[in-house]
Design a protein around this ligand. Structure first.
Ligand SMILES: [Zn+2]
Length: 426
């Protein structure tokens, strides 16, 4: 059973009635109340620490006509995983909304379209924070999240997933920074002009990061933007470590030694990330969390469905519903083993063992494919904390995982920018 905010209150009531933990007098074994006590303790920690999710593709939903972030959506009915009421329910204090532009043709026309779509998503996020100023706030600096949390509001940060909307014009990096963007994921599922993807069927094109990509990293360093290597090839990761003057992040990636996937990070990469002072943010994507038995029939059915899918910005609500229904039919015909919060914390355990507690965080990838059993949407993220407490993580460690580490990196990125700018002036 998983816990929601509603039975959180029930648990507290039960605790009051039973006087807390109850143990069997003969065996001293924990009775069910001890489990409830653990959950209550975990939820208190969850409330106290800043909980920061470094990656959600929610702007894709926000640009849909009529989609209202102040309304609670049923994830099964609508497919939506994040809105402001559910962030509050899950005790999620801060989030990076990533303006995601799918890779398309790499020419002037393609770049222009990508920039227009990227700007539309960024503007939509900013507008949403203004329209809902009583419950959320646009956050630009690390300290904003803590201030908004104190004011009882959610902190909304903006990132860009895929450097494609930069096009061939370095000036766009500063344009996005000025609009509020604080990280850029260099590349997505196919190669772009900046970098090679971990999953491009054609294989690597630049052997890591291109000359222009290196220029972009330098500009991001100068401005105080976080370099995000999720989706990049292994060479992109090592190039980014070498090129960036500030620590880097992987906003949504897991451990390859636990689940062998190109999108996950090898132990060598985890160690390099620790040395770099950066952070790997664990993601809730089922296929990166547990091994999947091979199923060519299922793969073929999904490939067929994807081939029919319209581009994201052309999809109507009805189109999305049809796609979701088709996908759940595939899931019924070819069921897969569920990914659970235990799988997720197995990855955290491994990353902590290899990279250390200071280099692990959480980026769920809601609205971009993220969502597992027990952490299906933003309203259920407290189940991660419950599992961490169950495995013996302390409040101090949980605080680091849930946002402290990401904030440390962000602060350092800004310090590097200040130094570079002061050198420019002198
Ligand atoms: Zn992604």
């Amino acid at each position: 059973m998983f816990y929601t905010r509603k039975n959180y209150l029930v648990i507290f009531a039960l605790l009051l009635l039973t006087g807390g933990c109850v143990r069997d007098p003969d065996t001293n074994a924990a009775t069910p109340e001890a489990e409830e006590e653990l959950i209550a303790r975990a939820l208190e920690i969850h409330d106290r620490v800043l909980t920061f999710d470094s990656h959600a593709d929610t702007p894709l939903r926000m640009i849909e006509p009529g989609f209202d972030m102040s309304e609670r959506h049923d994830p099964n009915e609508t497919g939506s995983k994040v809105d402001y009421p559910r962030m509050k329910e899950g005790g999620l204090d801060a989030i990076f909304f990533a303006a995601f532009v799918a890779q398309d043709i790499r020419d002037d026309d393609g770049n222009t379209r990508a920039k227009a779509l990227g700007l539309q998503m960024i503007d939509t996020v900013v507008a949403s924070t203004q329209q809902n100023a009583d419950i959320v706030g646009l956050a630009l600096n690390p300290e904003d999240a803590y201030e908004l949390e104190k004011a009882g509001k959610r902190a909304i940060y903006i990132g860009i997933e895929n450097g494609y909307p930069i096009g061939a014009d370095i000036a766009n990096v500063e344009l996005y920074f000025d609009r509020g963007v604080r990280y850029i994921t260099l590349v997505h599922s196919s190669n772009n002009d900046l970098a090679d993807s971990a999953t491009d069927p054609e294989g690597p094109e630049h052997g890591g990061i291109s000359a222009f990509g290196k220029e972009v990293i330098r500009e991001m360093n100068r401005l105080g933007m976080i370099v995000d290597v999720s989706h990049g090839s292994d060479d992109v990761f090592f190039d980014a470590i070498t090129e960036s003057k500030a620590p880097i992040i992987a906003s949504h990636s897991n451990a390859r030694a636990v689940t062998d996937h190109n999108r996950n990070m090898s132990d060598e990469m985890l160690k390099a990330m620790a040395k770099n002072g950066g952070v790997v943010q664990l993601t809730m994507l089922a296929s990166y969390l547990r091994d999947m038995p091979e199923n060519p029939e299922r793969d073929a059915a999904i490939a067929e469905l994807r081939a029919k899918r319209k581009p994201a910005d052309e999809m109507t609500r009805e189109d999305r519903k049809v796609m979701r229904q088709a996908m759940s039919e595939i899931n019924e015909r070819f069921p897969t083993p569920p990914a659970t919060v235990q799988h997720a914390v197995d990855h955290i355990d491994h990353m902590v063992a290899i990279a250390g507690i200071d280099h692990v965080g959480i980026g769920c990838d809601f609205d971009g494919g993220g969502g597992i059993e027990g952490v299906f949407d933003a309203s259920e993220v407290m189940n991660i904390t419950i599992e961490l407490v169950r495995r013996g993580y302390t409040e101090e460690e949980i605080e680091k995982i849930w946002g402290g580490n990401l904030m440390r990196v962000f602060t350092e990125v800004q310090a590097v920018a200040e130094e570079m700018q002061s050198q420019d002036v002198s």
